[in-house]
Design a protein around this ligand. Structure first.
Ligand code: ADP
Length: 189
């Protein structure tokens, strides 16, 4: 009837299939970016802990965690219980507040810890420590901590610069304002 054999009619589809198989090969080599956006915590591979005192947890901290989620599959916030530091907000209050801020984000977990930071990272199978930097002073402190943690366990520390508008925000400032009866809600997530 003049029509081409089926195999010829499907020429373009064959090319499409070839393209798809090439894409699969490429995908095997490098996971597609959307793979990072999975909500299934069992599929995660890059895990960071975000350790701190979070006394209290501020919008500066919140911003670091949210930006960390663009890099890592999961961020585990570790509230360090430091016996030598006088805490202002009780632990359970800090834990509840942080849990609420991330209630809709399954890739964020919050846990208190009183062991070494590297041991907390190992408990959560984290390969990275996430920290924020506001100033040269922060940087020097973070550098010595990063070197010690790298030496202790091979963990890499990833530093994110603060947003300029949050650079002046510290838990100390928020605590001071709170202790003088000032409204601190603008500093909280
Ligand atoms: P720590 O007691 O370990 O210094 P903090 O709770 O003060 O813990 O801070 C935890 C991390 O968050 C630190 O890396 C700190 O530099 C960072 N951080 C604190 N405030 C801000 C901010 N406003 N912007 C960005 N990073 C911040």
């Amino acid at each position: 009837d003049g029509r081409l054999p089926r195999s010829h009619q499907r020429g373009p589809k064959k090319r499409r299939n070839q393209r798809i198989s090439h894409q699969r090969e490429t995908n095997n080599a490098k996971p597609p970016t959307w793979a990072k956006q999975t909500n299934n915590v069992n599929e995660v591979n890059k895990i960071a802990i975000f350790p701190g005192s979070f006394d209290p947890f501020t919008i500066g901290h919140y911003d670091i965690v949210m930006r960390g989620l663009d890099i890592f599959d999961k961020v585990v916030i570790g509230i360090g219980i430091n016996c030598t530091k006088q805490e202002s907000f009780p632990l359970h209050q800090r834990l509840n507040a942080i849990q609420q801020y991330f209630a809709n984000e399954p890739r964020v977990q919050v846990h208190p810890y009183d062991c070494l930071t590297v041991d907390f990272a190992a408990q959560h199978k984290a390969q990275f420590i996430l920290r924020g930097v506001r100033s040269a002073q922060d940087f020097e402190y973070e550098r010595s901590m990063a070197e010690a943690n790298k030496q202790l366990s091979g963990l890499e520390t990833i530093l994110l610069y603060t947003r300029p508008e949050y650079a002046h925000i510290s838990s100390t400032l928020v605590r001071d304002l709170h202790s003088h009866g000032k409204d601190i809600s603008v500093y909280l997530p």
